[in-house]
Design a protein around this ligand. Structure first.
Ligand code: FAD
Length: 627
């Protein structure tokens, strides 16, 4: 069989890649281990969150599927950081786990030009005559699929091993096999692989939880759709469910400490590094020993599901220890477990082997996306899948692809960080990784990216015209307010457009979404100008500033543990070296600069410093629902 494009794997990356290429008219095949497991949420049943919500909005603006399916399957919608600035506000949608994958699977089945194939890809076919070029894939059962481009999105499945206490099984996810042949095929083609791990908590039976002992967290009263393409009539489509919050106790921590020696992580059975921002509960208790409690979010897995997902309790301890520590948590005293938590260790491909299009440097026409590139999370995977799918399709069609700049999308920051700096632990996106985060708000994604979507053929002329018209109306109103001197009034804390223009006979009629955009733009404009000036000024001006040998990075408040560790390990000699180190965010560099200026004074006025961590509770403490 011959196709323009073959996608390997139908997780979150593969689904977006396959849909994007097929929408652009390419004959596309998607091969996956089990078709009934396409778009499965391996861990938490939620889409979005800080920075992840931004990625999903950008994906949506580029014609992706994820936000539409989250809206269709959503049972609990929240805007995180609602009391903070719009740059860090983010949408998070808890989904009915089965309904989410069913909705994506329906989109795959309905997509013209897309052939779905169940099977395991064992080898990549490469023409080595000149620059090596992909020509297709071969399945374990011998089937061959010829293709002009291939996108590999194998997630946590390559040479995957599941760990739970002393138990070790081969598998990419509980209930799924591992992919054992492809790793060898990749290394034989000269590609380097590494090893990472991630984990998931137990699934609890809802009927065994004492909800009266937990704090109710209802959905937002007026939820808004994630996708700009979701029909607002009849939204939300499902009855909303409540989430609940509880917390670990001193007794929980005692059980965990007493049993650390039984954890495969602490016994050294797991070699791969895990995600810093989704640590296992045993790791949290060990690393943050001073914290008396950790928050636990109890999230129902769907209307028809008897299960609850306890976010914050990822673990690979033995079953008896899991049950013992769970029962020390308020509300879970009599909890019953349907499935115990586990960790998975898998091969990833260090992403510095990729071009910014996500094509491998070594083999033309071969693209990688998702967890395979060392990232963690559905959203990071999905946006890479879309970009890899678009770029592979563009290459086949002989048209320019899409490389997003750091200034225009968090997705651009994500890819730039991956291919330029690489990863040494599973990478998750955070808004603080972006030096332009004031501009890259969720609310501006459509305006920022619709031009690209239109050029690529993902948005019709009419759709683009509608978006441009909205943008023009907001800009016209901002200009009008400036002319008649009301913009200053609108910038005051708590001011609203309605109040600022109530006695203005010339005020236009604007829909609520555009009024909100006017308010946010008005408030943010001065900060954006200030941040832009600061970026330009900071540039290389301080690069020669010497970092004293005994400089104590640990004493800088607001720096995340991740960055403190990186700085202490690298011991940069100058500020120039420091700001270009892998993982040092622009916000962190500014923070260090201010402290350096105190030690070795230089001209002042580096502008406002934002906290370097997205999590209001501080690094390593996921007090917004996470994994
Ligand atoms: C146990 C566990 C815990 C996790 N915990 C977290 C967490 O705490 N936080 C977080 O953000 N993320 C977590 N994740 C990760 C999250 O599931 C992934 O980030 C996300 O699913 C990655 O999407 P993907 O498309 O890259 O890969 P996946 O969703 O893993 O999909 C890979 C797909 O490739 C297919 N495949 C693999 N090899 C082959 C082959 N050779 N031939 C054909 N098909 C193949 C598989 O069948 C699968 O459909 C966890 C995952 C697991 C398994």
């Amino acid at each position: 069989m011959t196709f323009d494009l073959v996608v390997v794997g139908l997780g979150h990356a593969g689904c977006e890649a396959a849909l994007a290429a097929a929408k652009l008219g390419l004959s596309t095949a998607a091969v996956t281990l089990r078709l009934d497991r396409a778009a499965v949420m391996s861990c938490n049943p939620a889409i979005g969150g800080t920075a992840k919500g931004h990625l999903v909005k950008e994906l949506d603006a580029l014609g992706g599927q994820m936000a539409l399916s989250a809206d269709a399957a959503g049972t609990h919608f929240v805007t995180l950081n609602a009391s903070k600035g719009p740059a860090v506000q983010a949408t998070r949608v808890l989904c009915d786990r089965d309904a989410y994958s069913a909705h994506v699977q329906a989109a795959l089945l309905a997509q013209p030009n897309l052939t779905l194939i169940q099977g395991e890809v064992a080898r990549l076919e490469v023409d080595e005559s000149e620059r090596p070029r992909i020509t297709g894939v071969q399945l374990v059962d011998g089937r061959q699929l010829k293709a002009r481009a291939v996108v590999v999105t194998t997630g946590t499945f390559l040479q995957a091993v599941l760990h739970r206490g002393p138990v070790r099984d081969v598998g990419g996810r509980l209930g799924d096999a591992a992919a054992s042949a492809l790793s060898g095929a990749l290394t034989s083609l000269g590609l380097e692989l590494g090893r990472f791990k991630t984990g998931t908590p137990a699934r609890l039976l809802a009927r065994s939880i004492d909800w009266n002992r937990c704090t109710r967290q209802p959905s937002d009263a007026m939820p808004r759709p994630f996708s700009s393409r979701t029909d607002t009539a009849g939204f939300p489509q499902n009855a909303l469910l409540d989430c609940f919050v509880t917390h670990t106790t001193a007794a929980t921590h005692q059980v965990l400490r007493d049993n650390l020696h039984r954890s495969p992580l602490f016994q050294g059975h797991i070699e791969g590094r895990g995600p810093r921002y989704c640590p296992s509960v045993e790791d949290k208790v060990h690393r943050f020993a001073h914290r008396p409690r950790h928050t636990v979010f109890l999230e129902p897995e769907g209307h028809a599901s008897p299960l609850v997902y306890p976010a914050g309790l990822s673990t690979s301890l033995p079953d008896d220890v899991q049950l013992e520590f769970l029962r020390t948590i308020p509300g879970l005293e009599a909890v019953e477990v349907e499935r115990f938590g586990y960790a998975v260790e898998y091969d990833y491909c260090p992403p510095t082997q990729l071009l910014p299009t996500l094509e491998t440097r070594r083999i033309a026409g071969l693209f990688f996306a998702g967890q395979l590139n060392g990232t963690s999370g559905y959203e990071e995977a999905a946006v890479q899948g879309l970009l890899a799918g678009l770029n592979a399709a563009a290459q086949v069609r002989g048209v320019p692809g899409l490389v997003l700049g750091r200034h225009e999308a968090h997705a651009g920051v994500l890819v730039d960080e991956l291919v330029t700096n690489g990863v040494d632990e599973p990478f998750r996106m955070m808004t603080s990784r972006s030096e332009h985060r004031l501009r890259l708000r969720e609310g501006t994604a459509t305006w920022r990216l619709s031009g690209h979507a239109h050029r690529l053929g993902l948005l019709s002329d009419e759709q683009l015209a509608r978006i441009r018209d909205d943008e023009a109306r907001v800009n016209a109103e901002l200009a009008r307010l400036e002319r008649n001197g009301r913009l200053v009034a609108l910038r005051r804390p708590g001011a609203t457009w309605d109040a600022a223009t109530s006695d203005d006979p010339a005020r236009p009629v604007l829909p609520a979404a555009l009024i909100e955009a006017v308010e946010v733009e008005a408030r943010y404009a001065p900060y954006i100008v200030q941040a832009d000036t600061e970026l330009k000024r900071r540039g290389q001006a301080f690069d020669a500033l010497v970092v004293p040998t005994a400089f104590d990075f640990g004493a800088i408040r607001g720096l995340s543990n991740e960055i403190r560790e990186r700085l202490a390990k690298a011991s940069p000699r100058t500020f120039g070296q420091l700001r270009t180190l892998r993982g040092v965010t622009p916000a962190a560099a500014t923070l260090v600069l201010i402290h350096l200026q105190r030690v070795a004074p230089v001209p002042r006025g580096t502008g406002a410093v934002e906290n370097d961590v997205d999590n209001p509770a501080g690094p390593g403490a996921p007090d917004v629902p996470g994994c």
